[in-house]
Design a protein around this ligand. Structure first.
Ligand SMILES: [Zn+2]
Length: 254
């Protein structure tokens, strides 16, 4: 009698790396270059609902749901989806979540909202940048699937998730880019304001559609109090991350 070989496809599907960064804060690595986060509304578990931060691309949505389940959490408990910005590797799955049976509310920064709802093209959203960036946005960037129900998430809003989550408007990478500060957990979810691919660095200038504001945003983030820095691209820095972000801000501003 033959023995079935292990299913490579299955292994790849379930092998999204999931780690708990703090009480009620999980990071799900959807691919080597992109992450999503799950926050517990009561700060600990899914009994009072979950808040999802970013969705990955539209095609990653089933794997994201499976990863939430594999983390021991109920995907149907996701009541809110917060998007750091409109780029498709962050907001591509938003409409799929909004249309699911649990129908979570979708939130995004005010300036990025028209791109997510389909009222503004990526090309039209790239106004504060150089020619290369404008061309990239016009011809290389796909718009996310339109999510008509999305609502604006405002600077300074404080949400209950993860013991208190403060919305911080950090334009630069996009005009409506948001970071999330979790002061009681000492965590900063930085979106794409910085990336940690080969080293911690500001988002490349060619990817920034609100370029004139990028330096001030990184400076603002570097002055917050946190120990853990979690960008969406690359691994988190889990100890003494604030001085490292301050060094990035100093380099960027010099
Ligand atoms: Zn981005």
């Amino acid at each position: 009698m033959g023995v079935n070989p292990p299913s490579l496809r299955h292994d790849l599907c379930v092998d999204n790396r999931t780690e708990q960064l703090a009480d009620g804060v999980w990071r799900i690595e959807l691919a080597f270059w992109v992450s999503a986060f799950v926050l517990a509304n009561n700060g600990h578990d899914d009994t009072d609902g979950l808040t999802l931060v970013d969705t990955g691309t539209k095609g990653m949505a089933p794997r994201l749901v499976r990863s939430i389940r594999l983390a021991g959490l109920n995907p149907s408990a996701v009541g809110d989806v917060l998007l750091t910005h409109w780029h498709t590797d962050h907001a591509g799955g938003a409409e799929r979540f909004a249309a699911s049976s649990s129908g979570p509310r979708v939130w995004i920064g005010t300036e990025d909202l028209p791109v997510l709802t389909g009222e503004l093209t990526p090309g039209d959203a790239a106004v504060d940048c150089g020619r290369l960036t404008r061309l990239l946005h016009r011809y290389a960037y796909a718009a996310p699937s339109p999510c008509a129900s999305a609502q604006p998430l405002l600077d300074g809003m404080e949400l209950a998730a993860a013991g208190g989550t403060v919305v911080t408007h950090t334009p630069g990478h996009t005009a409506g880019h948001l970071a999330l500060h979790l002061p009681s957990r000492g965590v900063l979810i930085a979106g794409d304001a910085v990336m940690n691919l080969w080293r911690l660095a500001a988002s490349p200038r060619a990817l920034c559609s609100a370029r004139s504001q990028a330096a001030a945003s990184i400076q603002l983030l570097s002055e917050l109090s946190f120990d853990v820095l979690a960008p969406m691209h690359g691994p988190p820095i889990t100890k003494q991350a604030q001085p490292r972000l301050a060094a990035v801000a100093a380099r960027f501003n010099s």
